[in-house]
Design a protein around this ligand. Structure first.
Ligand code: PMP
Length: 410
């Protein structure tokens, strides 16, 4: 009975990884998947993570018991503190319902399930372009997705007018998925002034803002700076509508495979304390029901590591240093690649590589150029021209620049 089931093509991104692994050329370079590498091209276990693991194992009460359905409280509260800020009015007034999730993808999945259950008619607006999985996650729950203009290919900058127009014409109460920082794949974030405009328009139209935060602290090395948009959103919408936040700890603690994340709902101010308590209890029970039938309770090990870091002054200080190590090495690679291309006189302009932020650069290379980089130069990146800058290092950046130069010219 299963013989008629259709074979699907490999996942675009993980397919690149498979081809890269199978490639026997010695000097191959992986600029595909967004995972940090050190200057030798190796995965990096953050010193703060190593110390947290030692502390966990040294605890005489260490065990592998189940967590609660909504996860480890020390993680969800610590995570809320870093994303909403130590002085957050929403935290002080207990307007947030939080639950642990299977990294950022799991948080988005909970959001999608929640929306499809209670607001199935609401349209989901995604940036054009966006992380490939966004569309899949929302559509899998039967939600209708639309796009809003974001990247202006001509000017390699934000199409704010197009974005605003979409907010204007979207049916009231639509859901706008916003990349909190380090937009994937373009590496282009709105400026502070542009965020003001975007969030004011969203509030005015009574839409729901769903922030996807996968790169907090990884983008700039500063947790506060990278949470700017979310904190502004919480402020602007506090009398209007709830905000949904999907928080990943894959990149900023470098624990991609441990799947640590959180999902938060920030409620708008309520008339009475009783009203707030009632709605929070209802939401928490509904989120628990969603999680219980899917994963029963979230994974514990990674959650304990992140919670240990978040709740220790000493480890948090080390973690801040670790994030600066990662973000500054990426910045250095952006500058080096731009400079090498300029020195080679590669046709085109390359300043956008330095101006973009986070893990990726939307290089502007065409899919034909990307295919030639892979075939002729064993350099792997996404066909849209998105390159993971974390895959560059002092040993390979010159060869990457020369190869780009070659495919752009010929
Ligand atoms: N959102 C965006 C925009 C991302 O780039 C990623 C990671 N590539 C995620 C969410 C989720 O990643 P994870 O599930 O590994 O936390």
């Amino acid at each position: 009975i299963f013989n008629t089931i259709e074979l699907l093509p490999p996942d675009a991104l993980f397919g690149i990884k498979q081809r890269y692994n199978a490639d026997e050329r010695k000097d191959k370079v992986d600029l595909g998947i967004g995972a940090y590498r050190d200057n030798q091209g190796k995965p990096w276990v953050l010193p703060s993570v190593k110390s947290a693991e030692l502390a966990i194992h040294a605890d005489p009460n260490y065990n592998h018991e189940y967590l609660n359905i909504t996860g480890l409280n020390a993680l969800t509260s610590g995570a809320a503190n870093i994303i909403f800020g130590p002085d957050s009015d929403a935290i002080k007034n207990e307007r947030i319902v939080s639950t642990q999730s299977i990294s950022g993808t799991g948080a988005l999945h909970i959001a999608a399930k929640f929306l499809s259950k209670f607001f199935p008619e609401r349209k989901i607006y995604l940036s054009d372009p966006t992380w490939a999985n966004h569309q899949a996650i929302f559509q899998a729950q039967g939600l209708v997705t639309n796009t809003y203009p974001y990247w202006d290919n001509e000017t390699k900058s934000l199409d704010l007018n197009g974005f605003e127009r979409s907010i204007e014409v979207a049916p009231e109460g639509s859901v706008f998925v916003l990349h909190a920082c380090a937009h994937n794949p373009t590496g282009l974030d709105p400026t502070k002034e542009q965020w003001e405009t975007i969030l004011e328009r969203i509030a005015y139209k009574g839409h729901l803002a769903l922030f996807d935060s996968a790169y907090q602290g990884f983008a700039s090395g500063d947790l506060n700076k990278d949470a700017y948009s979310i904190r502004l959103g919480v402020e602007k919408l506090k009398r209007v509508a709830p905000i949904l936040v999907c928080q990943s700890f894959a990149k900023n603690v470098g624990m991609y495979g441990e799947r640590v994340g959180c999902f938060h709902i920030v409620l708008p101010e309520q008339d009475t304390k009783e009203e707030l308590t009632t709605v929070k209890k209802a939401l928490s029970s509904q989120l628990s029901k969603i999680i219980r039938s899917e994963v029963s309770n979230p994974p514990a090990y990674g959650a304990k590591i992140v919670a240990t870091i978040l709740n220790s002054d000493e480890l948090r200080a080390q973690w801040y240093k670790d994030m600066i190590t990662m973000s500054s090495r990426i910045m250095e690679m952006r500058v080096t690649l731009r400079d090498r291309l300029n020195e080679l006189g590669t046709p085109g302009t390359w300043d956008h590589i330095v101006e973009q932020t986070g893990m990726f650069s939307f290089t502007g290379l065409t899919s034909e150029m990307v295919a030639r980089l892979e075939k002729e130069h064993s350099i792997y990146m996404v066909s849209s021209g998105r390159a993971s800058i974390a895959g560059l290092n002092k040993l390979n950046v010159d060869r990457v620049a020369q190869s780009i130069d070659e495919v752009v010219r010929h």
